[in-house]
Design a protein. Structure first.
Length: 212
């Protein structure tokens, strides 16, 4: 089953634990708005920085007793209708330099191994008109594919999501996250610095404690 909390699309939420669902609600409602309240950050930068947000979400989940970690991936987006590809793009590609024009060539997500769930809070900047508004801005979905599944760009498929257009049964948009554990360049970037997420982490923790 799928559902939504604010900008976050949930898949398999009926099998998620109550604490995780509660935490996802806090993340969906407060993560990006609270970053925008910080004086040091430019508007909506958090919606582009997977490193900043994934580390914040990881720390928040750990602080409330949910085991979580960050994981580097590449992400591929593709839409087609009537058998023709409308558009495709990727975030991270193994054949490109790991750092290019000052930006890390990769994408960072959060994993909750105890529940088999991955969380991606920075899909905003991958939105395109060809997606027909099917694209989620944030997502919490199950991960895990058989080890023998065919690799893509040499990387193992990690999680996937298929999205449809209710007005056009020929349309489908697919997102594929590819496991890229050796791409750890993100850890030396400025958005990995702990002080940048400290105030937002405190806010998330407070909101989780306030909810019933």
């Amino acid at each position: 089953m799928s559902g939504e909390i604010g900008d976050m699309t949930l898949v398999g939420h009926d099998a998620m634990s109550a604490p995780l669902l509660k935490a996802l609600g806090v993340i969906a409602n407060h993560l990006h708005p609270t970053f925008n309240e910080q004086e040091w950050i430019r508007p909506d930068w958090s919606k582009q920085s997977c490193v900043l947000c994934s580390l914040t979400v990881r720390d928040f989940l750990r602080s409330i007793g949910i085991a979580a970690d960050v994981r580097p991936v590449a992400a591929i987006f593709r839409a087609e209708a009537k058998g023709e590809v409308l558009h495709s793009l990727g975030m991270g590609h193994p054949d490109s330099p790991l750092v290019e024009d000052g930006r890390w060539n990769g994408h960072l997500i959060v994993v909750v191994p105890g529940e088999g769930i991955m969380i991606d809070t920075t899909l905003y900047h991958a939105d395109r008109r060809q997606w027909r508004k099917a694209m989620p801005k944030m997502a919490a979905i199950p991960y895990g594919f058989p080890e023998k599944l065919k690799r893509v760009f040499g990387l193992r498929p990690f999680a996937g999501l298929a999205l449809l257009d209710p007005k056009d049964e020929t349309f489908e948009m697919d997102i594929l996250w590819l496991d890229w554990p050796q791409n750890d360049v993100w850890s030396s970037g400025p958005d990995s610095e702990e002080w940048r997420r400290a105030a937002v982490l405190m806010k998330l923790r407070h909101e989780f404690g306030e909810q019933h």
